[in-house]
Design a protein around this ligand. Structure first.
Ligand SMILES: [Zn+2]
Length: 287
């Protein structure tokens, strides 16, 4: 266990990039070989646009990394936060440390991912940033990091608050962020991952078949399955649904013009262009 803590305490930058871009390459390959939806779209330009937004997210996180590092060392030095108060960060006590890692990552997933995501769907001002993520009409592994830089700042602030509340040391933040990056690419990927394997895995983790529903173009389905790493939070808060994926239509009903949603400048300007209300749909959809 000590080796794990040591590795993540001083995780090489190259390894972090490898997780982000190596993971993206891996899931893009798998979904190309084993696709769920067989829609034809230009995967190169689609990936290019989403990588642009991945890079803006990386820039935001790099620019603010010092704050996160400060938060994590402050909680450790002051014994502040849930896993610290519970005495679970004792590196010499493996069972306690394993419990601490599981509880810590679970709580970081809730406070740093599920909660900001849920809030983004409920507060109009924040939705105007998050809608960039939902505007993708061909969800695949590259969609995972299609976030407006404004949303990246918001998520960073929630993650920093989570570090204080959880009492996460820096190495635990690194474990959480590594898992989060991989799981987000996995759950957005267009791979044919269903049946028994999906059924068993979603007891604990968010799967592609689960998260796809969240990217349906209209409510109420887009307001379900908010999870990132664990399915637990949607189950607890009553936002978990199981839907036949074959009927899903990706995108968001307010922005269905393909030219617009593939234009990075248009996407960057959405939050400042004024709120676009959800169109009224004649039928109450039942998938
Ligand atoms: Zn969302």
């Amino acid at each position: 266990m000590e080796a794990v803590v040591e590795y993540f305490s001083d995780m090489p930058k190259a390894h972090r990039s490898l997780i982000l871009f190596g993971g993206l390459f891996f899931f893009l390959m798998v979904e190309s070989g084993l696709p769920f939806f067989k829609n034809k779209y230009n995967k190169v330009s689609h990936t290019g646009l989403n990588v642009f937004f991945t890079l803006t997210t990386v820039l935001v996180n790099l620019g603010m990394a010092g704050i996160l590092l400060f938060a994590a060392s402050w909680t450790t030095n002051n014994g502040f936060g849930i896993v610290q108060w519970a005495g679970l960060m004792d590196v010499t006590n493996a069972p306690k440390l394993i419990a601490g890692i599981i509880i810590g990552v679970l709580l970081m997933d809730f406070l740093g991912s599920w909660l900001p995501h849920f809030v983004e769907h409920k507060i109009t001002f924040l939705w105007q940033f998050h809608v960039v993520h939902h505007s993708d009409m061909n969800v695949d592994a590259s969609t995972a990091n299609r976030h407006h830089p404004g949303e990246s700042v918001l998520r960073f602030l929630f993650t920093t608050a989570a570090v204080f509340i959880v009492g996460a040391p820096f190495w635990l933040v690194m474990i959480y962020q590594s898992m989060s990056a991989i799981m987000s690419q996995f759950s957005h990927s267009n791979m044919a991952f269903h049946g028994k394997l999906d059924k068993v895995m979603r007891y604990v983790f968010c799967t592609p078949a689960m998260h796809r529903v969240h990217h349906h173009y209209r409510q109420p389905y887009s307001d379900t399955n908010y999870g990132n790493i664990f399915s637990l939070w949607d189950r607890i808060f009553g936002t978990y649904v199981e839907v036949d994926n074959s009927k899903l239509v990706y995108g968001v009903d307010t922005y269905m013009n393909e030219k617009d949603i593939n234009n990075p400048l248009f996407l960057l300007k959405i939050p400042f262009a004024g709120y676009k209300p959800t169109p009224k749909h004649e039928d109450a959809e039942q998938l």
